[in-house]
Design a protein around this ligand. Structure first.
Ligand SMILES: NC(=O)c1ccc[n+]([C@@H]2O[C@H](COP(=O)([O-])OP(=O)(O)OC[C@H]3O[C@@H](n4cnc5c(N)ncnc54)[C@H](OP(=O)(O)O)[C@@H]3O)[C@@H](O)[C@H]2O)c1
Length: 337
């Protein structure tokens, strides 16, 4: 299987290499594609060192699978090139997420149709990192008891904004308060920032708008699903949290929902209403962790939950590899799907 990772030197790209190295169906080392800035950099894959090369038409001409995690601009330029050359392309940026011709997939929620090398190119979008973990949880509610409204407050780790954000956070911790002004609107150390991405006309910031529209798309819903989100950047290395309030069409049956969550692959619900996981505890986990599951004391139709996942894994690299496994029908995801 000829696989390439575009953006291999980035946070998500390096996590993709880790995930791919654990996949038995990956039978040859992936090509590592980057911009001219990182060409020549060496990265480990299994017991070898691979050299990054600058992305080009030629490098994309003969691939089975392209995992793309190089941002919107590079995705717009290169993802269609690889798809037109016949590859299955999974893109992590927001470039194609709302394109009606491009599926937006969380494999546990809306698996994609089968694909085989040589059957023609296909482009699939990986959703926003917070949206993935919220969608995985919300889909269980929707299937089990229906879902009328979902209100989220997300607490998003610094690594969600890429390597530059992590570098700026580290600089700020050593006293350079002005570091990272291009990534964070105010200092992130000892702080929380309720502003992620550019401001939108309706009073939201871009990250919040992404969660609303992507969640509806993944769940197959439109405006009939009322969704709101306040997205907050927090001074945590890795691991996004979402505090959710979900309104159901019927009084909440907590035990039924717990049972449905526990039956779901890659979902780890805590049975005790006081139990919870934290970003530090779930770093490196591929699962979605659900805690503080309880009925809102003020409304028997409202369910409250605390949902935590590793943004680099379930929020990005692992979800992308799961999509490939699902399409190819290989690995645990493909076999299950
Ligand atoms: N971080 C997360 O938790 C997360 C979660 C979900 C989705 N995503 C999305 O995944 C993508 C990557 O995020 P990241 O956090 O890994 O960012 P990152 O650490 O900044 O890495 C960006 C990568 O993209 C490459 N790149 C940038 N511009 C390029 C170009 N014009 N041509 C070729 N390569 C280019 C960079 O290569 P050089 O080293 O050569 O510059 C680097 O490898 C983004 O679209 C992001 O929105 C991230």
């Amino acid at each position: 299987m000829k696989i390439a990772v575009l953006g291999a030197s980035g946070l998500v790209g390096r996590t993709m290499l880790d995930v791919l190295s654990s996949c038995p169906w990956v039978d040859e080392p992936p090509r590592l594609l980057v911009s001219e800035r990182s060409a020549g950099r060496r990265l480990a894959f299994r017991d070898r060192e691979l050299v990054c090369e600058e992305v080009s038409d030629k490098a994309l001409a003969d691939l089975d699978v392209l995992l793309c995690s190089a941002g919107r601009v590079a995705a717009a330029r290169w993802a269609p090139v690889a798809a037109q050359a016949g590859a299955l392309v999974v893109d992590n940026s927001s470039c194609f997420r709302m394109d009606p011709d491009v599926p937006l997939v969380v494999p546990e929620v809306n698996p994609c149709p089968a694909w085989a090398p040589g059957s023609g190119g296909r482009l699939i979008a990986n959703p926003n990192c917070s949206t993935i973990q919220i969608a995985a949880f919300a889909a269980v509610l929707q299937e089990t008891c229906g879902l009328d409204e979902l209100h989220a407050v997300t607490l998003q780790a610094v690594s969600g904004a890429g390597q530059r954000a992590l570098d700026a956070w580290r600089d700020q911790r050593t006293g350079r308060d002005g570091a990272g002004a291009e990534v964070f609107p105010r200092p992130i150390v000892d702080n929380v920032l309720p502003a992620i991405g550019p401001a939108q006309r309706d009073g939201s910031f871009e990250e919040e708008a992404k969660v609303v529209r992507e969640l509806r798309r993944i769940l197959g819903r439109s405006d009939d699903l009322r969704v709101s989100c306040t997205a907050v950047r927090v001074p945590v290395h890795t691991g996004h949290c979402a505090a959710l309030r979900c309104l159901l069409p019927q009084p909440v049956d907590r035990q039924r929902i717990l049972k449905a969550l526990a039956a779901r692959p890659h979902m780890v619900p805590a049975p005790d209403a006081h139990a919870f996981t934290t970003p530090r505890e779930i770093q490196g986990s591929r699962d979605v962790h659900v805690g503080r599951l309880r009925v809102d004391p003020g409304n028997p139709h409202a369910l409250l939950a605390w949902v935590v996942a590793d943004n680099l894994l379930k929020g990005a690299a692992w979800n992308a590899v799961q999509i490939v496994e699902s399409c190819l029908g290989v690995g645990p995801t493909g076999a299950a799907g």
